[in-house]
Design a protein around this ligand. Structure first.
Ligand SMILES: [Zn+2]
Length: 468
């Protein structure tokens, strides 16, 4: 008996195999191509899913329809494509169900809401409402790990980096003292980032610190044990007058939409470099250390306008204005995408106190007409030389009238306060002079002597305290 049972079992298995082979042959005959065993199974499976899909589609059960579509797509993408028109309709109809479901789950559990949101996100990644909801939920989850921060906010600023120290500090370079006094080198910037990161500083977005509408200071919440840091970069004009004296020529976008610098110190040599300016260096640093940037914070670029911006001659007096504008617009869009922020640093970079009210108004209007039109609105004004007019309010009032409500000064102490009704934040300079003179004040951030580019700078570190 036992033997017989075994035999008949084997026989059934054999018959099953024969039936499958027979089916495969029929499929082959039907011009469906030869299918391996596994594929034949999945073919029938997909057909049954497609049948189920059409049933739920007719019943307008959008949740079930989209789930079935996803299952079909996972098994065989070609079959998914076949449902093209219906797939679009399902996506459109499911959208409101999706949104309402996320909202309902969000009330009970943010984590579950995010999981549900992520499941269908690929269909709605260009939908602004869904994107904002995703950010809100993600921030809600993150917020549980954050702590209130009430301490001071450190704000450093510098200018374009000295990319070519041999040229910058050359005896014959008429700008050598300016570069020494106002700028830092690539080596110095790299070391500063390393030290600030090691000391638990984290970049924060200036726009999260205050309300752009009212100008009031926001309460900060940060990852535990992190200290807030803001970086801004002034001028970033790459003045034609100073070309080939130590800075790069301009910022550019490569064909992969990556930011680089372009320099042509010798007529027959054009250099595209990815790590010789603050912007690319900071981007790379954040890629390597994502926790150095809180909520994708980057820096603020404070622009003048008298000879264009970012190395492009976009000023009204430029002969090549329109071409330059079309080139710089692509770069600006990319910078905004990367979350860089812009501020006004006046049009002509004059001393505010020495200007007449009319000249000051014209300077501000020129900036709004020639720079704001390229970079978009900003509510931040960085005073040239960190100076504002203490004798009269009219200039300040004009800036407020034009929508500016946060003002950057220059100073060694951190502050972020309302001064005579203006929200003002002081910034600490990073340059050769400060590195030599502010060793004590900067001690908690980094060791200035260690940072100092002894190899490239013309002025030795120690000597300076006697004659500068
Ligand atoms: Zn400046």
């Amino acid at each position: 008996m036992r033997k017989n049972a075994k035999f008949s079992f084997k026989k059934t298995k054999f018959l099953k195999k024969m039936i499958i082979i027979f089916l495969i042959l029929i499929l082959n005959y039907m011009n469906l191509g030869f299918m391996p065993l596994e594929k034949a199974h999945s073919y029938f499976n997909i057909n049954s899913l497609i049948t189920q899909f059409y049933t739920s589609y007719q019943q307008e059960d959008w949740q079930k329809s989209i789930d079935l579509l996803m299952e079909i797509a996972n098994k065989d993408f070609n079959s998914f494509i076949l449902q093209g028109e219906e797939a679009n309709l399902v996506q459109n109809n499911f959208r409101d169900v999706y949104f309402n479901n996320i909202k309902t789950i969000q009330e009970k559990s943010l984590e579950k809401a995010l999981k549900y949101l992520d499941k269908y996100y690929k269909f709605y990644k260009y939908d602004n409402v869904i994107n904002n909801l995703k950010k809100e939920i993600e921030y809600g989850i993150l917020d549980k790990t954050l702590v209130d921060y009430t301490g001071e906010i450190t704000h450093f600023f510098t200018h374009c980096l000295i990319a070519y120290p041999n040229l910058a500090f050359d005896e014959k370079n008429p700008y050598k003292d300016t570069y020494d006094k106002d700028c830092i080198t690539i080596n110095e910037f790299n070391s500063i980032l390393d030290e600030l990161y090691a000391n638990d500083y984290v970049l924060i977005d200036i726009e999260n610190t205050y309300s752009q509408e009212t100008g009031s200071i926001n309460k900060l919440r940060l990852p535990k044990n992190k200290k807030p840091l803001i970086f801004s970069f002034d001028d970033v004009v790459y003045d034609q007058k100073k070309i080939h004296t130590g800075l790069v020529d301009k910022l550019v976008l490569d064909d992969k939409n990556e930011i680089a610098t372009y320099t042509s110190n010798n007529p027959d040599e054009e250099q595209i470099i990815y790590d010789n300016e603050f912007l690319t260096i900071l981007e790379n640093f954040i890629k390597q250390h994502p926790d150095f940037s809180f909520l994708n914070a980057k820096g603020i670029i404070c622009l003048t306008g008298f000879t264009g911006i970012l190395g492009y001659r976009t000023q009204s007096k430029s002969g090549d204005r329109n071409t330059q504008i079309s080139k710089v617009t692509k770069l600006i869009n990319r910078l905004k995408e990367l979350n860089w922020k812009f501020a006004c640093h006046s049009y002509g970079h004059y001393h505010m106190e020495k200007m007449t009210l009319d000249d000051f108004k014209k300077d501000t209007d020129d900036w709004l007409n020639e720079v704001a039109t390229l970079i978009g609105d900003t509510t931040i004004y960085a005073y040239p030389y960190g100076e504002w007019d203490k004798n009269e309010n009219a200039k300040q009032n004009y800036l407020k009238e034009k929508g500016f409500n946060l003002f950057f000064g220059v100073g060694i102490n951190n502050y972020f306060n309302k001064i005579h009704g203006n929200l003002v934040m002081d910034r600490k300079p990073l340059d050769g002079y400060s590195l030599r003179k502010r060793q004590n004040e900067y001690k908690k951030y980094f060791d200035c002597e260690k940072i100092y580019d002894h190899e490239n700078r013309a002025i030795p570190y120690k000597e300076t305290s006697y004659f500068l």
